[in-house]
Write a new protein. Structure first.
Ligand code: ADP
Ligand code: MG
Length: 238
C-alpha cells in the first residue's frame, strides 16, 4: 500500500499558483527525493505534507487517511531543516527530548531512547553541550537525532546538507542513507543537488514551476527523461 498519496494537491498565494495539482504515490520504506531548481516549490510541497503549510486544493493521505485537517503535530512525521532549528538555550539532550514528555512516553524509556539514538549518530559525547558549541555537521546530526527519537512514520528533509562544506556533505549523505537502511522508514528528501538525488533516491520526483515533470527510479529517469528539462536537469554535471 502507498504510505503517502497526493491527489491534485495545490497551493496558491493569492493569484500566484506555486503548486499546480500534484499527484504522487510514495510506497512505505521508499527514499523519495524531490529535486528541482530553486523556487520550483519543493519546500512548499514538503511543508504541506508536514502540515506546516495549508493546502488550497486536493488531498493528502498518510497511511490511508486523509490528513488535510490533521494538525502537524498529529501526523506522525518529523522534519529536518537546512537551518537545523535547534533550541539555542537547551543542551543537546534537552533538544532531543523536548516535547516528548507530552507524548506520554515513560521517562526511563525516553532516556534510553536518547542514548541509543545519540550512539547511532555519534553524538553521545555532545549531550551536555549547547548548540553554539557544536560544528555545523554536529548540529545537523543533533537535528536528525531529534527526528529519529520521535519515531516518525515518515521523515521529511528539506535540503539538510546545503549549509555544510562539500566533504562533510558527502559523509552525511552516506550517514542518512545508512539511517534509512537501518530504520527502513519512508523518507522524503528535498534537494536542488542532482548528485544527491541520483545517489540517494529509490524514487525521484523532478519538479519544475510547481509541477512534477517526472517521477520514477533514478536510472529510468536518467535513461528515459520525459523532456528536455528533465534531461538537462538530471543529466547535467554540477
Ligand atoms: P523551493 O523550495 O523549490 O526553492 P519554494 O517552495 O520555497 O521553492 O517556493 C516556491 C514558490 O512559492 C516561489 O516562487 C516562492 O517565491 C513562492 N512562495 C513561497 N512561500 C511564499 C509565501 N509565503 N508567499 C508568497 N509566495 C511564496
Ligand atoms: Mg526550498
Amino acid at each position: 500500500m502507498s504510505e503517502l498519496v497526493l491527489n491534485q494537491v495545490k497551493k496558491a498565494y493569492g493569484d500566484l499558483e506555486v503548486i499546480k495539482g500534484i499527484d504522487m504515490e510514495i510506497e512505505q520504506g521508499d527514499f523519495c527525493v524531490f529535486v528541482g531548481p530553486s523556487g520550483c516549490g519543493k519546500s512548499t510541497l514538503l511543508r504541506m505534507i508536514s502540515g506546516l503549510e495549508s493546502i488550497t486544493g486536493g488531498t493528502i493521505s498518510i497511511g490511508g487517511h486523509v490528513v488535510n485537517d490533521v494538525p502537524a503535530a498529529d501526523r506522525g512525521l518529523a522534519m529536518v531543516f537546512q537551518s537545523y532549528a535547534l533550541y539555542p538555550h537547551m543542551s543537546v539532550r534537552q533538544n532531543l527530548t523536548f516535547g516528548l514528555e507530552n507524548m506520554r512516553t515513560p521517562k526511563a524509556d525516553i532516556a534510553s531512547k536518547v542514548d541509543e539514538v545519540a550512539k547511532m549518530l555519534q553524538i553521545e559525547q555532545l549531550l551536555d553541550r549547547k548548540p553554539k558549541a557544536l560544528s555545523g555537521g554536529q548540529r545537523q546530526r543533533v537535528a536528525i537525532g531529534r527526528a529519529v527519537v520521535r519515531e516518525p512514520t515518515i521523515f521529511l528533509f528539506d535540503e539538510p546538507l546545503s549549509n555544510l562544506d562539500a566533504e562533510l556533505r558527502v559523509d552525511m549523505r552516506g550517514e542518512i542513507a545508512a539511517l534509512h537502511r537501518r530504520l527502513q522508514n519512508t523518507m522524503i528528501y528535498v534537494t536542488h543537488d542532482q548528485v544527491e538525488a541520483m545517489t540517494m533516491a529509490d524514487k525521484i520526483a523532478v519538479l519544475r514551476l510547481g509541477e512534477v515533470e517526472q517521477f520514477g527510479r533514478p536510472l529510468d529517469i536518467y535513461n528515459n527523461p520525459n523532456n528536455i528539462f528533465v534531461a538537462g536537469f538530471i543529466g547535467s554535471p554540477r
